[in-house]
Every structure is written in C-alpha cells, then in structure tokens.
Ligand binder design. Sequence first.
Ligand code: CMC
Length: 341
Amino acid sequence: LLQHGELPNKAELAVFTRSIMRHTMLNEWLLRFYRSFHHNAHPMAMVATIVASLAAFYHDSTNINNDRHREIFSHRMIAKLPTIAAASYKHALGQPFIYPRNDLDYCANVLNMLFSVPCEPYEVDPLHAKALDLLFILHADHEQNASTSTVRLAGSTGCNPYTAMSAGVSALWGPAHGGANEAVVDMLEKIGDVSHVPDFLARVKDKAGGVRLMGFGHRVYKNFDPRATIIREMCHQVLGKLGQSNNPLFELALRLEEIALKDDYFISRKLYPNVDFYSGIIYRALGIPREMFTVMFAIARTAGWVAHWSEMIADPTLKIARPRQLYTGPTQRDYVPVTKR
Ligand code: CMC
C-alpha cells in the first residue's frame, strides 16, 4: 500500500511476499562487520552502520533511475532490516546469529531471529507475532517526520539509497523522535511508583533540569495521537493474555497519563501521549530489551522510508533539497592572525 498507493491483488501480493522472502539473508562478509563492534555497542549504532555498508555490496546494481533497481532496493531494505536488527541483538548477547526463516511470516521471523538459539527448539507465540505486527503497522509511515525528511533530504542528492536509509536510522535514534520509546521506559523505571508522580511532574514543569515527560507531545498532533490510543488498548489485550494484567509499569503509565491530562501545564500546551508512550511496555512484555525498542521502530519505518524515497526519485521534477538559511549573526568579521587571538 505504501509503495504503490493501492493494496496488491492476490497475485501481486504473492510476488511481493516471495521477493521479500528471497532477500532476507545478509551477505556473509557483511555479517563479519559485527565482529568489529564492542559487545556493548548500542544496536542502533550497529544498524545504522550495517545499513550504510549495504551500499558497498550493492553499489553496482543500484541505478536509482531504473524502476526495477529501485524496487529491488526497496525489497532488500524491508527484507534485510529484521536480519540486521536481530544480528545486532545477538552480537550483544554473544550468541550465534540466527538465519532468517522464510517459512515464517515477517513478524514471526523477527521474533525467531531474536529469541531462538541453535541448541533447542523455539516456538513463536502467535500472540506475540500479532502484537508486533500491529506495532509495525502503526509505525510504518508518518509523512514528514524527522527521519523520513532526512531520508528525502539525503536521497535528493542522488546518493546511494542505502546511505540515505542509514541517515534515516540515525535521525530516528534521537529521544525527541524514535528514541522516545526507550526513554519512556527509562523514565517510568526512574519514577518507580505512582506516589512519586507529583514530584516528577513538578520537575518537568519547572523546566530547570530539562526533564520532559517522555512519550508526550507531538509536533503535529495537538489533540491526541490516535496511535497511542490503539497501543494502549493493545497493552491491555497483550498483558492480559500474557497473564500480566497488573503489570506495574503499565499501571504507572496509565496513572501518569491520567494525572498529566488533568494538569494545566499539559492541557494548555496541548500535550498528549504519543505513539511512543505505550509501545515500550508491549515490547518489554514480548521480552524485547530496551535498547532494541528503537531498532523495532526502525524495522517498521523502513517501509515508509523506502516508499518516500522511491516516490521522490521517480518524480521527474526532483531537485536537490536545499533549505534556505536566514542568517541573523554578526555581519562584518575581520580576520585576526592566530598569534593575536
Ligand atoms: N514534556 C514537557 N513539556 C513539553 C513536552 C514534554 N514531553 N513537549 C513539549 N513540551 C513543552 C515545551 O517545553 C514548550 O513549553 P513552552 O511553551 O512553555 O516553551 C511547549 O510544550 C511546546 O514544546 P515544543 O518543544 O515547541 O513542541 P514541539 O512540537 O516542537 O515538540 C516533541 C514535539 C515531540 C519534540 C516534544 O513534545 C517532546 O520533546 N516530547 C518528548 C519526546 C517524545 O515523546 N518524542 C516522540 C515524538 S512522537 C514519535 C516520533 O516522532 O518518533
């Protein structure tokens, strides 16, 4: 839908699905890159690096003016991101990389690569795969968010598209953007208990320490982020089915939301929970560690990034993006030799 503007018919879906499945593996040489990372490297740093490195593997077959090359590039990105993400996780654990399994669907394959080990059988829980699927759909695209605009800005130069995607991964990592899901769980753990919420909110409102209520506020949504409502409902369902209905982190998040939404500071600034407020709670319930939350976001947003990039490159009126600078600093500056500075 994102790529072509229409849902595929049955035959088109079969071709698309097969193409994604046939591109899930990574070049073995690329897998060796992981060995150069320290065991505690942040997975987002590894993902950004490996995605950029794909340019070195496909440089000769990525003619951005060729429709078919653009399509294969898009499929490779969507197919390989889970493999790249899971390898980053396994590297940190010191466990063997798990190869993709093309008999599994997209989300079940992600979970299998993250959690299975070669020495014992692992069954993907269909509920977990369904929850991940919902999160991936909700995160897949969101018009000109910072990372997508970054992909477009970099891509508008005609650069190798894998490097444009890597720029998008890097932009996503920031706590004001996709890194917020990790920051929310950090914040909730630091708050620890509902009784500490008033103190925490006082610090947020005081602004002195630069503390923000993470997972709240949005540049565009000023009257609720509809994705937050869906994810909150999903939290109830997933935690209920996992026997974690009284999950303390979720209860704390619900109370924090309730208290903040009655507070004039948040009301007057139109600050509501965004997509990241509850997503980390589901990821955690699925056993996904905190440092992988933004990586999960990156897997999902890849579909949006490649669709934006393809649309932009196919546009015959494409020009390089060049934001205009309005300079407001000093005008005349005299050169002072270094010995006199
Ligand atoms: N906590 C406390 N105060 C806030 C928050 C917050 N989360 N967000 C905005 N404000 C205040 C801000 O201090 C400012 O106050 P004042 O008018 O007194 O100066 C006012 O609200 C407007 O803030 P802004 O920074 O101009 O708002 P923005 O639209 O530029 O920022 C935002 C949007 C998402 C960067 C910001 O709300 C934020 O930092 N939120 C926390 C991080 C977060 O959850 N990010 C995820 C965003 S959604 C998913 C995604 O993009 O990946």
